[in-house]
Design a protein around this ligand. Structure first.
Ligand SMILES: Cc1cc2nc3c(=O)[nH]c(=O)nc-3n(C[C@H](O)[C@H](O)[C@H](O)COP(=O)(O)OP(=O)(O)OC[C@H]3O[C@@H](n4cnc5c(N)ncnc54)[C@H](O)[C@@H]3O)c2cc1C
Length: 440
């Protein structure tokens, strides 16, 4: 029997479990650990609450989770509740699928002013991540600034712009729904250092901005390159740029009817935040031009009102004691997923924060192959390991009570039962409440 510990129950973790089952069938026993009492990582706490169809992929992972040879071991934080050496003693292979849950810092003067948040925190707030549920952003000002030109920036801008009615069918948590309903924001500026040809936004997400009830997107026609230059873009990006062109073409009198402006401020690099009384009030931006794909400052600066700022500029993996870490890249130091023989990483913990849920699938399959190769070459100790039974003894000795998949099923049922009309669920937003629901 092969014993594998997977640390992290997000897409990368469950794709790895799926691949290991395909590889070893009945001959493998897999424990999938998670620091939270609930599974599925960013499918629950990252993917936008109004994108329910994407969250449906969890059903595929549930099939894997329910396999007899797979256990969910929730509410166990690796690196704190159990260290890597202990896991390696118990399992033939340990796979870190811990994602990239920390915001990259925007290190500019004024960053300590209040009401400036990273997207991990802000998205965690509206998605009910226990660590960020108490964030309480102040939405009483008129001007929000969202920094970044990727889909996370679009998610954040869209969520800020939607009416309560537009969240019908979404699993946005109640505290966020109420706060957004009372929000006074009338201008959302999306800031990017480069131009339309360098955006990382996908057409579907951009297209959604055209269909918001009370908000209208605006692009300055002067920011758009000659249309003929779009022909050289790959098809997805070309479609995205076509959306920007249609935003630029919306007549001002039509746009004027919208209560909220979503303004794309491109070729603009943040240089400082300014505030009063400790609160952010403005962002200072430097005009840029793009040279060989890079933003170059021009020295000309201007200020944009900013009562709330969300930075969507990327994420970093959290280091785990005794695991080699690539500080510059913000992820575990690895060679094609191998950290050391017997210790591997997949998903965002391996590659950094890019790609969709499906991008993590090949990672999981490649790691199963790598583990098989390391076992065959005896790079990994192939002697017998205690696996799940050994972990259970460890847990008992150390007063750890893991949350099992059957407990999660109870938490899930309680959340579904508590849903407001038309919504799929009302999430528990604190760990104690989750555990209590799992024990009921
Ligand atoms: C805001 C946002 C929106 C997104 N929207 C989409 C979308 O619409 N469509 C799409 O395809 N992709 C989307 N993505 C991308 C997608 O979520 C990621 O590709 C995917 O979740 C990465 O998977 P992962 O398993 O590597 O990490 P994660 O999903 O982050 O999973 C990591 C898991 O590890 C656990 N963990 C972390 N540290 C420890 C530890 N020390 N011990 C135990 N457990 C630990 C965490 O609790 C978490 O459950 C979005 C991402 C973000 C941030």
């Amino acid at each position: 029997m092969r014993h594998i510990a997977i640390v992290g129950s997000g897409p990368a973790g469950y794709y790895t479990a799926e691949a290991a089952l395909k590889h070893w069938g009945e001959e493998v026993q897999i424990d999938v650990f998670d620091a939270l009492p609930v599974p599925y990582g960013l499918i629950r706490t990252g993917v936008a609450p109004d994108h329910q169809s994407i969250k449906g992929v969890a059903r595929r992972f549930e099939k894997t989770a329910l396999n007899e040879n797979v256990r969910f071991v929730g509410n166990v934080k690796v690196g704190e509740d159990i260290n890597i050496a202990d896991l390696q003693r118990l399992y033939h292979a340990v796979v870190l699928a811990t994602g990239a849950p920390r915001d990259k810092a925007l290190d500019i003067p004024g960053k300590e002013l209040s009401n400036i948040f990273g997207s991990a925190a802000f998205v965690g707030w509206y998605n009910g991540h226990p660590e960020f549920a108490g964030l309480a952003p102040d939405l009483s000002g008129k001007n929000a600034v969202v920094i970044g030109m990727g889909n996370v920036a679009l998610d954040v801008a869209r969520i800020l712009a939607k009416t309560r009615g537009e969240f019908a069918g979404a699993d946005i948590v109640e505290h966020a729904l109420d706060a957004l309903d009372a929000s006074h924001i009338t201008a959302i500026t999306i800031v990017g250092r480069r131009g339309p040809h360098q955006i990382m936004m996908t057409p579907k997400e951009l297209g959604e901005l055209m269909h918001l009830e009370r908000a209208s997107p605006r692009v300055d026609p002067a920011d758009l390159p000659e249309e003929s230059a779009d022909a050289l873009l790959e098809p997805g990006l070309r479609k995205s740029v076509t959306h920007l062109r249609s935003f630029a073409a919306i007549p001002e009198n039509i746009r004027g009817e919208a209560a909220i402006d979503i303004d794309f401020d491109m070729f603009a690099s943040p240089v400082a935040f300014h505030g009063d009384g400790g609160n952010v009030r403005e962002i200072e931006l430097e005009e840029t031009r793009v040279e060989a794909g890079r933003a170059v400052g021009t020295g000309r600066t201007y200020r944009v009102p900013a009562d709330l700022v969300i930075t969507c500029i990327g994420y970093r993996t959290s280091p785990i004691p005794d695991v080699p870490f690539d500080d510059r890249a913000g992820r575990f130091a690895n060679d094609e997923g191998r950290i050391l023989p017997g210790l591997y990483c997949v998903g965002w913990a391996r590659r950094g924060p890019s790609g969709t849920i499906g991008t993590n699938r090949p990672d999981g399959y490649a790691i199963a192959d790598l583990i098989a190769a390391d076992l065959a070459s005896k790079a990994i100790d192939t002697g017998s390991k205690q696996g799940a039974a050994g972990f259970d003894r460890f847990a008992e000795e150390h007063g750890i009570t893991p949350v099992r998949f059957s407990d999660w099923q109870k938490i899930d049922a309680a959340e579904v039962a508590a849903a407001r009309d038309g919504a799929p669920r009302e999430k528990f937003v604190d760990v104690e409440a989750m555990i209590a629901a799992g024990e009921s």
